[in-house]
Design a protein. Structure first.
Length: 423
């Protein structure tokens, strides 16, 4: 159980599970840690307004000398969180402010497209594994091979993006770099399609994101897998992965400008606090901002050896909070509109009490997706496959059926991908 608290209420031994900024931009990365040293306490109070603590791994916040002030801070945090939830849900269901060209129309239902998407996803996994093995053996890899598989991904997502997005929940690759590369590519193509990029632009963006983190292969493994906060020197070494990515793609033939921007700029931040060259504001390209958004989103929602990912809904809320400082504000809002507050693969409980998995986004009403039902209201399995479209579902009392809440993956021993692959 996670709890949001003011940094004024930190106590020794608390387990810090989330910050009020992306873990990727801190020496702690996104790993979580037990608060033990004065240096950690000072750094958190200096850099953060609030943090999230894990009550299963450490103590809760308690009133100190002034109970009234403590309770006032807790009420303020809860009110801010409620307002944020409402704002993001409204945003997800609102019209775009950036799109000026006619939107793409789906050409294929997800049930049909996912058959082709699965084959392409396997091809992408094989390709990235080959690229990674070649780099580890100090051999060249073929960028045209990567471009070919990305082109297939783009073609699928132009027909229906939901099928490929479903497959970002696949966890069949033990190598995080390969998995992160594929998912970042899919997410980047999804927002590019949402913004009505041309097919050529989508391919270039996808290739850049598929290759954006290759430099991680040049970072010592003990740093990548360290289960505690990085020392300053280790963090500086970690930052070098961007430069290594640029070296590797240039060594293998180079990339088109848009693709290279995604590689070079995915860790730059709007306020100039990013790396490697501390670009700020509109000096960062749109491809660079998209790279930063999908890179953070996938990293924060992914399970790692030292940390579990947080839910898509919570991640989108955090990124909305971070949008002015770290990202392009309008692009974050468009990403929320693109993904929906209940992204594909979300395990949800409906207002009827039934449990299901979101399998398709309604691009007109993002809060009304299609859901594959898994358990009835009394939590018994359905005897056959049932898919409901929340756009037209009414309960026994004549009320519209809504998503009541998002559940952690694994609740009731349900894993969304098990149901998505059966479509």
């Amino acid at each position: 159980m996670k709890k949001k608290i003011d940094v004024m209420d930190l106590r020794w031994g608390m387990y810090i599970s989330e910050l009020d900024r992306p873990w990727l931009e801190t020496p702690f990365l996104f790993q979580g840690f037990e608060l033990q040293t004065p240096q950690e306490m000072d750094l958190l109070k200096k850099e953060c307004k609030y943090v999230y603590i894990d009550l299963e791994k450490g103590p809760d916040a308690l009133p100190t000398r002034n109970r009234a002030e403590f309770e006032s801070r807790m009420r303020a945090i809860q009110q801010e969180d409620d307002n944020l939830t409402l704002k993001v849900r409204q945003l997800a269901d609102s019209a775009s402010t950036m799109i000026t060209r006619p939107a793409y129309e789906d050409q294929s239902p997800i049930e049909k497209e996912i058959v082709r998407a699965k084959e392409i996803e396997v091809e992408a996994r094989d390709t990235m594994q080959e690229v990674i093995e070649n780099i580890r053996k100090d051999k060249e890899f073929g960028i045209p091979i990567v471009t070919k598989v990305v082109t297939n991904m783009v073609n699928s997502m132009l027909r229906n993006p939901d099928a490929m997005v479903c497959l970002t929940y696949m966890r069949k690759i033990s190598d995080y770099t390969a998995l992160h590369s594929i998912r970042s590519c899919i997410l980047g193509i999804a927002i590019g399609r949402h913004l009505v990029y041309t097919k050529e632009e989508l391919i270039d963006l996808g290739v850049g994101l598929m290759l954006h983190d290759l430099g991680m292969l040049k970072i010592p493994k003990h740093i990548l897998d360290k289960p505690a906060g990085l020392e300053t020197q280790e963090f500086e070494e970690m930052k070098r992965h961007v430069g290594w990515s640029v070296v590797l793609v240039n060594k293998n033939g180079g990339l088109p400008p848009l693709a290279m921007q995604a590689v070079q700029q995915h860790h730059e931040r709007r306020d100039g606090a990013g790396y490697p060259v501390r670009l700020e504001g509109d000096k960062i390209s749109q491809a660079g901002f998209i790279g930063s958004i999908v890179d953070v989103y996938d990293a924060v929602t992914s399970d790692r050896s030292y940390s579990g990912g947080i839910s898509a809904e919570d991640t989108l809320k955090r990124m909305y909070e971070w949008r002015e400082k770290d990202f392009h504000p309008q692009l974050v809002e468009e990403f929320i509109r693109c993904m929906g507050i209940f992204p594909i693969g979300s395990l949800v409980e409906l207002s009827t009490g039934s449990i299901g998995v979101v399998i398709s986004i309604n691009r007109a009403r993002r809060l009304k997706p299609k859901v594959a039902l898994v358990l009835t209201a009394d939590k018994t399995p359905y005897s056959h496959k049932i898919t409901v479209d929340l756009m037209d579902q009414i309960d026994a009392h004549g009320q519209e059926v809504k998503i009541a809440r998002v559940l952690p993956v694994g609740t009731y021993d349900i894993h969304p991908m098990d149901h998505i692959i059966q479509l």
